[in-house]
Design a protein around this ligand. Structure first.
Ligand SMILES: *[C@@H]1O[C@H](CO)[C@@H](O)[C@H](O)[C@H]1NC(C)=O
Ligand SMILES: *[C@@H]1O[C@H](CO)[C@@H](O)[C@H](O)[C@H]1NC(C)=O
Length: 453
């Protein structure tokens, strides 16, 4: 190798790897083009992290010259494979090491965690690691869950009473606790709860318009149109005061609840009754309360929800953004029910898988955009492909789930299990997808990087 050629090669490392990976598809017998595609992203990411900018076109050309000079283009598939493995694995090992070092820092502070880690035998299988991770990280203590539930319910009663006093004729159903805290899907800490406020909407006066039929065309963002105005004029429905241009406005409803509940309720007085500090979270697009006492912190979201014709819609401005009339279609109930039903049928570990993945995504900042909804859908799709959900298959299903997620990221599409037209990844930027793909790709060869506390 000439001195010059070598130097050029180093300058154009990014391009070399691009080239290698572009050709890898043709020459490698490695399973799954998806994994290789993400590998390209992964390597780019690693180089960027190392502070080595990718070269422009010009150096690409230079590099190709050097490449041909060295006649590596016609290298045997075996050599090419070795080359890729060498580069990719070295980079991944370095990144993993750096990542571990980073993650280990806070561990040293927490004495308990250190002793737990020490107690672990050196050589454990992935299956054992997953079980340990689940028990030590995912699972919440019953006492914590009960305390959080009780706090949420106490506050629920107060808000319901207050709303009833302020708006005696507002057609509301019984406010209640919903979401992961109730369904045992919460992980790491019992620190958030959701209170559902069911709005009773007359189904003769309001019609749900599927997202596909609205201007925005997002199948998960519905609208609710006022109908039959000629027979039942404006004012017949209580909710007419919350309509905007003929549609029920999620934003107006949230704003009114913000004004009446969040800004008007006497939180200091309630705090002293409940023996904790209860206060609205300012600057949020959600109706959110913070409940703090010496031992715990709990966030409670208040979520207006309605059901029309079997469709459950929620007012979630943080999801629907600047559009005042959009309602988010929630499949949470169906997803949760289906997972429980499948697990009930074969004594399966689907829920456990979802909870392990949720914990991982919560503990790894680069994966934090993957929500319980994404993960539940991944496991539901996987259930259609894999019959074995016994405890003994935990590690296999886990690894399979990681590969599946990489596949979804690569094509930028994860369809909702309950509505084919909904792409659950549609809101992600390319950057975010790269970031997640990189982390998960590294985990294909070393799943333990995901399982740090
Ligand atoms: C409620 O009002 C407060 C200001 O009083 C604001 O900070 C918060 O973002 C509002 N919440 C919502 C959901 O609009
Ligand atoms: C309710 O759903 C049925 C079946 O999907 C549909 O035919 C009907 O038009 C819907 N009703 C309203 C009020 O949207």
């Amino acid at each position: 190798m000439s001195h010059q050629g070598k130097r050029r090669g180093e300058d154009g490392l990014g391009a070399v790897i691009d080239f290698l990976l572009a050709n890898a598809r043709l020459v490698l017998g490695v399973g799954g083009a998806a994994v290789l595609g993400i590998a390209t992203l992964a390597v780019k990411r690693l180089i960027e992290r190392a502070g080595k900018p990718l070269d422009g076109e010009k150096s690409d050309q230079k590099l190709m010259d050097g490449w041909e000079e060295l006649s590596l283009v016609s290298a045997s598939p075996k050599m090419l494979k070795k080359g890729i493995e060498g580069v990719v694995m070295k980079q991944i090992a370095a990144a993993t090491k750096a990542h571990k070092a980073e993650l280990n820092k806070p561990l040293e502070v927490a004495e308990k965690s250190v002793s737990e880690v020490k107690r672990q035998p050196l050589c454990v299988t992935l299956q054992e690691r997953l079980q340990h991770y689940y028990q030590s990280q995912a699972v919440l203590s019953v006492a914590d869950v009960n305390r959080a539930k009780q706090q949420a319910l106490d506050i629920c009663t107060e808000i319901q009473g207050f709303l009833h006093m302020k708006y005696p004729d507002m057609p509301l159903g019984e406010m209640h606790l919903g979401g992961s805290l109730l369904d045992d899907f919460q992980v790491v800490a019992a620190d958030h709860a959701c209170l559902l406020v069911p709005l009773h909407i007359e189904d003769t006066l309001w019609r749900p318009i599927p997202g596909e039929e609205t201007i925005l065309g997002n199948p998960q963002f519905w609208m609710v149109r006022r109908v039959n105005l000629e027979y039942f004029p404006r004012g017949r429905s209580f909710w007419d005061k919350f309509s905007l241009g003929g549609y029920l406005s999620s934003k107006m409803i949230v704003e009114v609840l913000n004004k009446t509940v969040m800004e008007t309720m006497n939180w200091p007085s309630l705090s002293s009754t409940l023996d904790c500090v209860v206060r609205p979270v300012l600057g949020s697009q959600e109706l959110k309360l913070e409940v703090v006492n010496e031992q715990s912190q709990l966030f409670i979201s208040i979520l207006p929800t309605l059901q029309l014709n079997d469709t459950i819609l929620t007012a979630q401005l943080e999801v629907t953004g600047n559009f005042d009339n959009l309602w988010f279609q929630s499949f949470y109930t169906e997803e949760t029910f289906k997972l429980a039903e499948l697990d009930g049928g074969d004594n399966g570990i689907r829920k456990k898988c979802v909870k392990i993945l949720k914990t991982i995504c919560r503990n790894n900042p680069s994966l934090s955009r993957l929500s319980g909804q994404h993960l539940a859908n991944v496991i539901l799709h996987l259930s259609d492909k894999s019959p074995d959900w016994t405890e003994a298959a935990l590690a296999d299903r886990f690894q399979q789930a990681i590969t599946e997620i990489i596949g979804y990221l690569e094509v930028g599409c994860l369809t909702s299990y309950f509505k084919q037209t909904v792409n659950l990844l549609s809101e992600f930027s390319e950057e975010e997808i790269d970031e997640m793909g990189f982390m998960l790709y590294c985990a294909v060869s070393g799943p333990e990087i995901l399982l740090q506390a």
